[in-house]
Design a protein around this ligand. Sequence first.
Ligand SMILES: *[C@@H]1O[C@H](CO)[C@@H](O)[C@H](O)[C@H]1NC(C)=O
Ligand SMILES: *[C@@H]1O[C@H](CO)[C@@H](O)[C@H](O)[C@H]1NC(C)=O
Ligand SMILES: *[C@@H]1O[C@H](CO)[C@@H](O)[C@H](O)[C@H]1NC(C)=O
Ligand SMILES: *[C@@H]1O[C@H](CO)[C@@H](O)[C@H](O)[C@H]1NC(C)=O
Ligand SMILES: *[C@@H]1O[C@H](CO)[C@@H](O)[C@H](O)[C@H]1NC(C)=O
Length: 434
Amino acid sequence: MKHHAVAELPSAGRTINALPKTSKFVLLIIFVTLIFFTVTPVLYPLLNYPIYLLQSSFTSKSSSSTYEIPQQQEKDIHASDQSENVCDIFSGEWVRNTDPPYYTNMTCSALIHDHQFCMKYGRPDTDFMKWKWKPYGCELPVFDPSQFLEIVKGKSLAFVADSLGRNQIQSLICLLSRVEYPIDVSYTPDDYFKRWKYKTYNFTIAYFWAPYLVKYKERDPSAQYTGLINLYLDEFNEKWTSQIDGFDYLIISSGHWFISRPAVFYENHQIVGCHDCQLQNVTDLTKFYAYRKALRTAFKAINNLENFKGITFLRSFSPSHFENGLWSNGGTCNRTKPFRSNETVLGGDNLETYMIQMEELRAAEKEGRKRGKKYRMLDITQAMLLRPDAHPSKYGYWASKKVMFNDCLHWCLPGPIDTWNEILLQVLKIEGTR
Ligand SMILES: *[C@@H]1O[C@H](CO)[C@@H](O)[C@H](O)[C@H]1NC(C)=O
Ligand SMILES: *[C@@H]1O[C@H](CO)[C@@H](O)[C@H](O)[C@H]1NC(C)=O
Ligand SMILES: *[C@@H]1O[C@H](CO)[C@@H](O)[C@H](O)[C@H]1NC(C)=O
Ligand SMILES: *[C@@H]1O[C@H](CO)[C@@H](O)[C@H](O)[C@H]1NC(C)=O
Ligand SMILES: *[C@@H]1O[C@H](CO)[C@@H](O)[C@H](O)[C@H]1NC(C)=O
């Protein structure tokens, strides 16, 4: 990946981001191939199994594009850190690690969904747990649960997310479990809207299911997860926008559902287009149109919240790694080693989604600055692009349970997704010292 992660956006005073000067000038477009796979609605798996496995367009073989960040933008991102010799924790390599994993399926239990506990379901190899993220130019400290809890004491953290957000929450709860387990203080029995509290620290984690960030509706409610979905691209999803006022930190993420599912797009209560809907007289505007608009609407909702004083983190796109096929026709992820950064490059849908995130976050930050809102990027894209070896694959279920699809999208626990929280801790530390 040849573009650069920002820990925070340009207006902020300090940053933990820097790039080697030379790399700023070697950004050449080699070539760009955007791969649009089509998918037939009848293939959608029934329930239960994540809809995101529907379709993923990334295979390391087929994507070979790089992207040039326009000069102006590039300057903009790094405007504040020219003189500082600071480390970019978002770019680096995975290096061997001899420490035991932070937790195991035996030491951390009591989770909501455990389909990412790969060891439990018999994943035979353990190598994928023996790597650590090594940013260029510095070390990423090991996760210290006491330190994390001290920083977030008396505070609250909300995830507005799809199931990858839940994957991160599970990692966080397991990482913190050496100090304390939270109690479930959910307002509803609905697994999609959960709250946990760390009593000793008066720290709350909330999870708001919002795979599209904006308001959406099944077009045909009887066709659960199999039909078209209506996306109201300019309407707030009040299930979360009405709830986040009091939160100190917000982590939003999204992407895969836009890529995966055909949808009809609404703006101003009118159909404006669709993605792969095959309806007469409805223009196919592509999934990226919808994603950009939805992200914009989500940020607008946040910027409009008078009482929200928290920091908004956008957790960047987490690439999937289906190879030798798509999710639906036998795609696998059976590699056993991370890539080195020179062995793969962000491309296709992954790249497009990531760039939309960067651009929209930057725009939101600019608008939000006038209203005292803070935005930051949790940029895990490069790190995770390099980890085709760490998905549950077929070890998300007991082998006896016939599962039709390999999960090359979520991440095994323990595993590299723990790094998201190692990074989160470092970013929170910096916020704490402001
Ligand atoms: C944990 O994983 C091991 C395999 O590594 C398995 O034998 C054991 O039953 C699992 N324990 C639980 C509580 O899931
Ligand atoms: C716990 O934290 C919340 C903010 O998240 C605060 O409103 C409340 O007063 C705190 N309670 C105690 C007992 O400190
Ligand atoms: C589609 O557009 C054509 C030409 O404008 C029109 O004749 C036709 O009735 C439209 N079909 C639908 C289903 O709206
Ligand atoms: C990985 O999967 C592919 C296709 O499913 C198979 O051809 C290959 O042998 C597998 N590799 C390993 C190391 O299991
Ligand atoms: C990637 O870099 C490593 C170490 O710098 C080197 O040994 C390897 O040959 C490189 N691989 C490719 C495909 O360039």
